[in-house]
Design a protein around this ligand. Structure first.
Ligand SMILES: [Zn+2]
Length: 304
């Protein structure tokens, strides 16, 4: 309820005029779900990670040991972070500009189990890529991929937290600018999911090939029904949180600009439970969230 009130107040403090672009919904404080802990435990006994690969959890390759395994995970601008809603710096900017391709259905979409994440990719003609510009961005950023992080219970799963509250799922929409590795810059748009009444139909289309993708690591599985990215994400123009951080998976390179939409999207419990059943086949695809990293001297901005 405190979080709800803070978001509600922010909404009216920062929006001076214009139409409301998202409805605020109380995040779920739901009871413990019935996610299949026994299946998870069983799966944890079965190791399918290659040697020297990282993992989640408390083992020797878990997040606490990533800095020893990957030097760049030991930086002072790491992600994810907790967003303290009482400690945001206000910033004014023009509207973010999402190109029309976000609203078009791509010819092909694939879902790939890359080991610790499920990655959704979409194919567009070269001259019609989804591109993000304006707002706080100095350059044009091209859409690359989407990945998901989720938990085995309703009280965990998101990588970022808001006033130490974790959502059951977080989605990252990854964009880059530049072609050379040396000048490649990354912007990640993050969305939280909360459990609601509404079924997200795009999530259903992902779930159609979900098990096949999970069972065949590193093989891109073609979606039977591609969909426009705008039907999965919300193409917001303003009212977002931003800070400078890193990738949340090793080698955790810094220099990533995070843009976080603070109003959660909805997923049904049934849909989320299908994501959780993945632990039957791949233990590291559930609870695949990195613990919160120190903020150090960074500022978190609320852009309106
Ligand atoms: Zn991610």
């Amino acid at each position: 309820m405190v979080l709800y009130l803070k978001l509600f107040l922010l909404h009216f403090i920062f929006v001076l005029c214009g139409e409301k672009n998202a409805s605020l919904v109380l995040p779920p404080r739901s009871p413990c779900n019935k996610c299949n802990q026994s299946k998870l435990n069983k799966a944890q006994n079965h190791s399918c990670s290659p040697p020297n690969d990282f993992s989640y959890g408390e083992g020797p390759t878990g997040p606490d040991n990533w800095p020893a395994m990957f030097r760049t995970c030991d930086g002072d601008k790491q992600s994810p972070i907790n967003i303290d809603m009482s400690n945001l710096r206000r910033q004014r900017a023009g509207a973010l500009d999402w190109s029309p391709a976000y609203f078009n259905t791509p010819k092909k979409m694939t879902l790939t189990n890359v080991g610790h994440r499920l990655v959704l990719r979409a194919n567009y003609p070269d001259d019609c890529q989804p591109r993000l510009r304006a707002g706080i961005l100095q350059k044009v950023y091209t859409f690359k991929a989407i990945d998901f992080h989720w938990g085995s219970t309703n009280s965990k799963g998101s990588e970022h937290t808001v006033d130490e509250y974790a959502y059951p799922m977080e989605m990252h929409v990854i964009h880059t600018s530049g072609v050379e590795f040396s000048n490649l810059q990354t912007v990640v748009i993050a969305y939280f999911f909360q459990i609601g009444e509404k079924r997200c139909t795009s999530i259903d289309k992902i779930l159609e090939v979900f098990t096949k993708a999970v069972r065949h690591p590193n093989r891109p599985i073609k979606l039977r029904h591609p969909f426009s990215l705008s039907s999965l994400l919300y193409a917001f123009a303003s009212e977002y949180i931003t800070y400078e951080g890193s990738f949340t998976v090793p080698p955790c390179q810094e220099g990533v600009k995070w843009i976080i939409y603070p109003y959660p999207l909805e997923i049904s419990l049934k849909q989320l439970e299908k994501f959780r059943l993945v632990c039957k086949y791949a233990r590291d695809l559930v609870n695949n969230y990195r613990p919160i990293q120190p903020l150090n001297n960074r500022c978190i901005h609320f852009v309106s």
